[in-house]
Design a protein around this ligand. Structure first.
Ligand code: PEP
Length: 251
């Protein structure tokens, strides 16, 4: 038996100004008010977080950010600390998204520091891992993702590892309309869980592992039916309140 609740997280990426965020917030909350069996998170741009705090702080929808820096405060121009996110009512933060690993050249060492700092401030990290197309075609996907998990969690104690969420997001499936087959996604999520068990023991059984990559209202169910897939990280389909609420209801 495990205690894993489904988690559906939206990643707005660099979309939504403050007015759009407010319109979304007011519309979406009514659409998911009946959802008690799943955790819902929206990870918004830093500039929209205060709007979500105003609209949702008391409600059932969790607020998340899309990145965080690892220092408490100081001369780090442009960066945002974990405590600043907590001040904006964030309880989750995406760390190591493939777009940041790619465009911003974030490496596993930096990601490991960010995860540690987030946990020290009671922010739940959603760690993103996933292979690119050539790694999959070369049969290296499993070993690559396992090593990402090991490196990114290397700064944590076993008990802290039990507090994170992992999102398996094959890079070739993000924003492309191509979704991993439920079988392939399950195989990878099971491999991630066994890697977690190797480093954190029984705690691995309670860690939520999400799939991400072109998830929509009409393909979510076949993914979440799988034993080791505990929800989804959703980009494009989280930008429309009706579409995202339908996806959550179908999960
Ligand atoms: C993402 O941004 O993490 C993502 C999975 O995007 P999309 O759902 O648009 O593929």
């Amino acid at each position: 038996m495990n205690s894993r609740k489904q988690l559906i997280a939206g990643n707005w990426k660099m979309f939504m100004n403050t007015q759009q965020a407010r319109e979304f917030a007011l519309d979406f909350q009514g659409r998911v008010a009946d959802v008690t069996d799943k955790e819902i998170v929206i990870c918004a741009p830093f500039t929209a977080l205060h709007v979500l705090k105003e609209e949702w702080e008391e409600g059932i929808i969790h607020i998340g950010a899309q990145d965080v820096f690892y220092q408490k405060e100081g001369a780090y121009t442009g960066e945002i600390s974990p405590a600043m996110l907590v001040d904006l009512a964030c309880t989750y933060v995406i760390i190591g998204h493939s777009e940041r690993r790619g465009y911003l050249k974030e490496n596993d060492e930096l990601i490991a520091q960010k995860i540690k700092a987030a946990l020290e401030n009671n922010l739940k990290p959603i760690l993103c891992v996933g292979e690119n197309l050539s790694q999959r075609e070369d049969g290296k996907a499993l070993s690559f993702v396992r090593s990402q998990v090991e490196k990114d969690l290397s700064e944590l104690s076993s008990s802290d590892i039990g507090k994170i969420v992992i999102a398996y997001e094959p890079v070739w499936a993000i924003g492309t309309g191509k979704t991993a087959s439920p079988q392939d996604a399950q195989e990878m999520c099971a491999a991630i869980r066994s890697t977690l068990a190797g480093i954190a023991g029984a705690a691995a059984n309670n860690i939520q592992i999400l799939y991400g990559g072109s998830v929509k209202a009409d393909n979510i169910k076949e993914l979440t039916k799988k034993k080791d897939i505990d929800g989804a990280l959703v980009g494009g389909a989280s930008l429309d309140p009706k579409q995202f609420a339908d996806l959550i209801h179908n999960a």
